[in-house]
Design a binder for this molecule. Structure first.
Ligand SMILES: Cc1ncc(C[n+]2csc(CCOP(=O)(O)OP(=O)(O)O)c2C)c(N)n1
Ligand SMILES: [Mg+2]
Length: 462
């Protein structure tokens, strides 16, 4: 390690690579400068990210007279950057020339609180909208211009129109590889216009950039814009979406085959409140949620697929619960988590119980790292060390009692055999005030929707 032997190098330094702002307080007066800088980082629309302030215990015990001004109430606003007029003019000209326009709506639409503006823009100009993973709840599933999630983990409907679109208006998306199929999702001649608060993302893939806040940029673009997409194009997109909906309906149907992620998603989607929030992050679930979940409320879907970080699910949901309760106390926070991710990080179940934040956690146990097993098979390898059953190093694999484990952390827990029992358990879970864990075994070889498994499907061993 570079700093090996440096006596000032400590555990705090380990956070440097994973945060946007880092400081170590060695004198209390430093807080006057450091705290506002940390907050400014947290609130910056383009460069936002985690902020870290190391406060060693000896400094914590140091009395210091801060100026009174430090403690005055201050309202922090998230800056809304206005777009450049010339960039808007270029974007408008490109849109006016489009015969097959499509909007890709990303998570940035949520951050900019621009979901209503996006829907109004799409409706005014009759432009079909597809969603990224982070943008899964920009439009309701039933919105007539919602053509579904795009990309590797997306829908046939969105991907069909993406392949034909001549103008792609990307709003608040990083256009990363899952979204663009590593830039294979679009026609090579298609023109991209990208609205983004971050310059780097606005200029990707030779896009016409519109650097700025999504709400302000959509507003500026729509000013006096006399444009509507050709009706035949919109009809085609809507037909694709109907076909996809029919496919998903079959996919999530209870009892349509061995227990699957899709069935569990279908049961919860059917019985949940429209404002319930769902959280998923790693394994096969993010893709399955992206493809199969029907959005019932704007901003209600939290799928962490930027890093697909195992262990985000329960901790992230605890945070989501704290935020959600301030706005809408009634609806629930629902977590979809695999057995592998649960094993990696589950102890915030205990935190949630201690702080009386109710979560409903579905632990879907397929006996190991099923998605990695699928990737392994689909890159030409035999199953090895991913499913417990395929681990030669373990002479006698045994299942974890997730139910007992969760109960020991203060949750009410139950194991169910199938999607019918899952439905009943979910309704009981909704009626309770305490955190709930529902465990169900699911099939590790479940095929899932066409795009839902990065790397494709896996063959069940004979
Ligand atoms: C922190 C972290 N480590 C490793 C990975 C790589 N990884 C992605 S999915 C996965 C397996 C997850 O297992 P499980 O939660 O049971 O989901 P399943 O694959 O069975 O759907 C692994 C190891 C990751 N995404 N995050
Ligand atoms: Mg698993």
């Amino acid at each position: 390690m570079e700093n090996y032997g440096d006596p000032t190098f400590g555990v705090n330094d380990a956070f440097k690579p994973v945060v946007r702002y880092w400081d170590r307080i060695t004198h209390p007066a430093q807080v006057i400068q450091s705290l506002p800088a940390a907050l400014a980082t947290l609130l910056d629309p383009a460069d936002c990210g985690p902020a870290f302030i190391g406060l060693p215990q000896d400094v914590q015990g140091w009395a210091w007279d801060f100026p009174d001004a430090m403690f005055e109430k201050k309202v922090h606003r998230i800056r809304r950057i206005a777009p450049d007029e010339a960039e808007i003019a270029d974007a408008r000209a490109a849109l006016l020339a489009a015969k097959r326009p499509m909007i890709i709506a990303g998570g940035g639409v949520q951050y900019a609180r621009a979901a209503e503006d996006l829907a109004a823009f799409a409706e005014a100009h009759r432009i079909p909208v597809v969603e990224t993973i982070a943008g899964r709840a920009n439009l309701l599933a039933e919105h007539p211009l919602n053509i579904g999630p795009i990309g590797v983990t997306g829908s046939d409907s969105a991907n069909a129109i993406a392949a034909e679109a001549d103008l792609i208006l990307a709003v608040g998306t990083r256009l990363q590889d899952f979204t663009t199929g590593s830039w294979t999702a679009f026609d090579a001649e298609a023109r991209i216009v990208a609205i983004n608060a971050a310059r780097h993302d606005a200029g990707k893939h030779r896009a016409l950039p519109v650097v700025g806040d999504a709400k302000r940029a959509l507003d500026a673009l729509g000013q006096g814009l006399d444009y509507a997409a050709p009706a035949a194009w919109v009809d085609k997109a809507q037909k694709e979406r109907r076909d996809w909906d029919a496919y998903v309906a079959g996919n999530v149907k209870p009892g349509n085959g061995p227990n699957s992620y899709a069935q569990a998603i279908g049961v919860v989607n059917e019985l949940c409140h429209p404002r319930d929030r769902i959280v998923a992050a790693a394994g096969g679930l993010p893709a399955e949620v992206t493809a199969n979940w029907r959005t019932l409320g704007i901003g209600t879907v939290d799928v962490e697929f930027g890093f697909s970080c195992m262990g985000y699910e329960i901790s992230g949901a605890w945070g989501a619960r704290i935020a959600q309760e301030q706005r809408e106390p009634e609806p629930d926070t629902i977590v979809f988590i695999g057995d592998g991710s649960y094993m990696m990080m589950n102890s915030d179940l205990y935190s949630a119980a201690l702080s009386r934040k109710k979560l409903i956690v579905l632990v879907l146990d397929n006996g190991g790292f099923a998605v990695i097993n699928k990737l392994q098979n689909n890159t030409g390898n035999e199953s090895f060390n991913n499913l417990l059953a395929d681990c030669p190093t373990i002479p006698e694999p045994f299942a974890v009692d997730f139910e007992a484990h969760a109960r020991s952390q203060g949750a009410e827990a139950v194991t169910v055999e199938n999607s019918a029992e899952l439905g009943a358990a979910f309704e009981r879970a909704k009626a309770s005030t305490r955190s709930q864990v529902i465990v169900m075994k699911v099939d590790p070889y479940d095929a899932g929707p066409p795009g839902a498994t990065p790397g494709g499907r896996s063959a069940r061993p004979r």
